[in-house]
Write a protein that binds this ligand. Structure first.
Ligand SMILES: C[S@@+](CC[C@H](N)C(=O)[O-])C[C@H]1O[C@@H](n2cnc3c(N)ncnc32)[C@H](O)[C@@H]1O
Length: 261
């Protein structure tokens, strides 16, 4: 599993563990297919705390359910072991593209085939620069209303890449576009994340680059032509548990829309 993303496996493991709890809003019956025993035990260790990545997942899933009847194309950036395509029949009726590194996608296809699960369209590419993004755009139908999802993706990209990507979508897509993606807040010290998992992260790119404040993120979205709704950790925690968040890891989810019709 040399080039298989550790964070993607850990996220699948957290979803697999949550799915077993009847009280949890996380329902991913295929997550367990993509995780390994040692990663699963790491996810189980923290089963009593509500991890921010699970709040992020639930919020993005809710947004996805709301938007999926309105769009005819979905682009999943850094799709990892996300299983929306397999879980929602509507996804199989529209254009659905997953982007991730060739190693990740090949491994995912192997598991999907082994379990007779449907396989979406893929772009096998680690995207880091403008030319890579243009390759993704070539696979898209620019005339379809589209939802982009980047769950745990843009923190691996530079500030310029985030801005240029959002901008290019406004320029190129003719119909409504929606985005759901999250970013890390600067108050998470780099060492906090790195101490936790750096030894496990693959050499290739699983290093976080973008730490933005919600205000900076709002500015980028508005400058590039979107309406934005920001969910920081406090807001998510209040929504799901009715109380303040006292954990140390802070990220925020951005929900964007640009209406063209
Ligand atoms: C934190 S995981 C999130 C996976 C999935 N979205 C989820 O929520 O379970 C990050 C994923 O993004 C992929 N990734 C990271 N940087 C990337 C890049 N530059 N281009 C394409 N995929 C990338 C990794 O391979 C990994 O699958």
């Amino acid at each position: 599993m040399g080039n298989i993303s550790y964070t993607a496996q850990l996220l699948a493991a957290r979803r697999a563990v949550e799915t077993l709890k009847s009280s949890s809003p996380v329902r991913d019956e295929f997550a367990h297919l993509f995780t390994a025993p040692e990663v699963l035990s790491r996810a189980e260790e923290s089963k009593n705390e509500v991890h921010v990545v699970l709040m992020r997942h639930v919020l993005i899933e809710k947004y996805f359910e709301e938007k999926i009847p309105q769009v005819e194309q979905v682009v999943m950036l850094g799709a990892g072991f996300d299983t929306k395509y397999q879980r929602y029949k509507r996804c199989q009726e529209i254009k659905f593209i997953e982007v991730d590194s060739p190693e990740m996608i090949n491994y995912k296809i192997e598991i999907l085939n082994k379990n007779s699960l449907p396989v979406p369209q893929f772009v096998k590419k680690r995207i880091t620069k403008k030319a890579d993004w243009e390759m993704v755009l070539k696979q898209c139908d620019l005339n379809l209303p589209t939802l982009f999802v980047g769950e745990g993706f843009f923190m691996y990209q530079t500030f310029d890449f985030i801005r240029d990507t959002l901008k290019s979508v406004v320029k190129e897509f003719k119909k409504d576009v929606y985005w759901a993606y999250d970013l890390l807040e600067p108050r998470i010290k780099k060492t906090q994340i790195h101490q936790e998992s750096i030894e496990k992260l693959s050499e290739k790119g699983e290093i976080f680059r973008s730490y933005l404040t919600p205000d900076e993120s709002k500015l980028i979205a508005e400058m590039t032509g979107y309406q934005i709704d920001i969910w920081d950790t406090q807001r998510m925690h209040h929504e799901f548990f009715g109380e303040a968040y006292h954990g140390e890891i802070h990220l925020f989810v951005n929900l964007l829309e640009r209406l063209n019709q």
